[in-house]
Each structure stands twice: as C-alpha cells, then as structure tokens.
Design a protein around this ligand. Structure first.
Ligand code: ACO
Ligand code: LMR
Length: 266
C-alpha cells in the first residue's frame, strides 16, 4: 500500500485548508454567532471541546476579572516603563507579560497542582500547610501584597459566588477555604488569592462538568493550561497601559535616586 510521508508538524486544534476556517471542527461563521463567547473560543482551541455555557461564562469571567489591577503591579509597571522607553506595542506588552510567574499571576497551575495533590492524598489543611512550611515552600495561590482578610479581594468573592450558583461540586474550593482559615491564623494577608481561587475552581469545574476523563484532567493539570487565563486576560490591561503612556506622550522613565538605597562599599 501507499506509505504516507511523515509530516514535520501535527496539529489538532484547527484547520485552515478548506473554504472556511474551523476551530476544533466548528466553522468560524458559527463561532461568530452570539452564542459563542470568548470562553467558547478558548474551549475549542485549548480544551478542544464545546464547553457548557456556564463553563465558558466562567472562563470569560476570569478573563474580565484579571484584565487589569492598576499601574503599580509588576506587569503593568514593566509595560509602562517599556512604552515610555519608546518601545512598540508588542515589545511593551511582552515586557509586562514576562513578569507573570510563580509570584505574580502565574501561580494558577501550581495552585491547582498543589491543592489537588494535597486533597487527593487526604492531607488535612493543617498537615498541608505545615508540610509546605517544612519544605520551605510558599503555597501557590495563598497570600497577597495588598489584599487581606480586612481588605478582601472582590474578584475572589465574585468567582466564589459564581461557582456556588453554577458548579455541581465545590470540594477543592471548600478544601482551599479550610487552608485559608488556617493560614489566616498566621498572617492577615495569607488569603486565598485570585490565582489560587481560579486554580481550585477550575479543578471543581473539570471534575464536575462530566466532559473530561480522569486522564484528560491529569493532562490539563500536568501540562499547565490555567496560567493561560491570566496571560490572555492581563494582556488586555497591559495593552491599555502601553497605549495610555503613548497617548499621553510620556517621557523616558528614570527611577528616582531617592528611592534607591545605594549601599556600595568604597
Ligand atoms: N505560603 C505560605 N507562607 C507564606 C506565603 C504562602 N503563599 N506567602 C507569604 N507567606 C508567609 C511566609 O512566612 C513569609 O515569610 P518568608 O518570606 O520568610 O517565607 C511571610 O508570610 C511574609 O510574607 P510577605 O512578605 O507578607 O509576603 P509578600 O506579601 O511579600 O508576598 C506574595 C506576597 C508574593 C503573593 C506571596 O504571598 C506568595 O509568594 N504567594 C504565593 C504565590 C502566589 O500565589 N502568587 C499570586 C498572587 S495573586 C496575583 O499575582 C494575581
Ligand atoms: C494583580 O492582579 O495584579 C494582583 O493581584 C497583584 C497585585 O499586587 O495587586
């Protein structure tokens, strides 16, 4: 029989060869109908599934909620400085995106992995926190620089409320909230933060929506899909900051000497 020439690339998410582009088999004319939101586009291109409306709306809500958090956070600061240095839009954007990582915005996947492992192993919240402490590790998804139990993060409240009315299960969120109760006894700012909340709620969503097998859930968590929500969402705000600086024709930024402790040996 015929032997097919091996291809250099395999792609499984979309097809641009026919008369109409398809995302996971769905023609873009259909994707453009109002019943497909951006959450559905993410469903098709990342998860290769048509997600139920409550799940797509949840993704879209995550994107809206993380779109910006002011000019002072790591990402926006970098973008503003780059934009004021005369860099183009894509350079200013990626300068901000490059700050997304384990401390800032990029703790969603690690939070999902760490909380899932602890919960699935049957660790009590106390055991989990103390084990992490003994390993000298911070718990991904716990802690915030400015938000605390006294100044709650409204984003987290909105996400929790949505999950209460739309999700069939809340076992990982409930566990994370028990962990939060324990960490709050140590310090007021050791809240379940927005990264942690998205991470555990996505675990609840994946386990309860009956669209994903256990292997698929494991793969999603192992590969690390979830930081993508922060990356896509925050890109909206970072582009806003880059354009804002250019619109105001802001000059080159130089950090003030007074704000640096020069401690150089003679
Ligand atoms: N787990 C356990 N203990 C913690 C944690 C945590 N996640 N965060 C802080 N602590 C404790 C530690 O004992 C720390 O002391 P150490 O520095 O000796 O380890 C002590 O609190 C003091 O920490 P702070 O200085 O108050 O923490 P800070 O406010 O500088 O850090 C931060 C905030 C970076 C978010 C931190 O809590 C952290 O690394 N969290 C985990 C990563 C994370 O979830 N990042 C996402 C934040 S939300 C977002 O970016 C959109
Ligand atoms: C953010 O969304 O950028 C934040 O939660 C981080 C911060 O320091 O406010």
């Amino acid at each position: 029989g015929k032997v097919r020439k091996p291809t250099s690339i395999i792609s499984t998410i979309c097809d641009d060869r026919g008369s109409e582009l398809t995302y996971s088999g769905v023609p873009i004319s259909k994707v453009c109908n109002p019943e497909y939101c951006i959450g559905d586009v993410i469903g098709l291109l990342w998860f290769k599934k048509k997600l139920p409306p409550y799940a797509s709306q949840f993704i879209e809500m995550c994107l809206k909620l993380v779109a910006d958090h002011g000019p002072c956070v790591s990402g926006a600061h970098n973008t503003i400085v780059a934009s004021r240095a005369g860099k183009d839009l894509v350079s200013s954007l990626v300068s901000g995106l490059l700050t997304i990582g384990p401390r800032f915005g990029g703790a969603i996947d690690d939070a999902a992995r760490t909380f899932k492992h602890a919960f699935d192993c049957g660790q009590s919240p106390e055991q989990f926190v103390e084990t992490m402490k003994a390993k000298g590790k911070r718990i991904p998804g716990i802690g915030h620089l400015i938000k605390s139990a006294d100044d709650i993060d409204k984003r987290v409240v909105i996400l929790k409320d949505y999950s209460k009315t739309h999700f069939k299960s809340s076992q990982y969120l409930d566990y994370a909230l028990e962990v939060e109760k324990y960490t709050l006894q140590k310090a007021n700012n050791l809240i379940l933060n927005v990264d942690g909340c998205i991470g555990v709620l996505f675990l609840d969503l994946l386990h309860s929506c009956q669209l994903f097998s256990m292997e698929e859930i494991k793969e999603i968590i192992d590969v690390g899909y979830l930081n993508g929500f922060f990356i896509v969402g925050r890109s909206i705000g970072l582009i806003g900051h880059a354009l804002d600086q250019k619109r105001m024709r802001q000059p080159l930024y130089r950090h003030p000497w007074e704000d640096v402790l020069y401690d150089v040996e003679e």
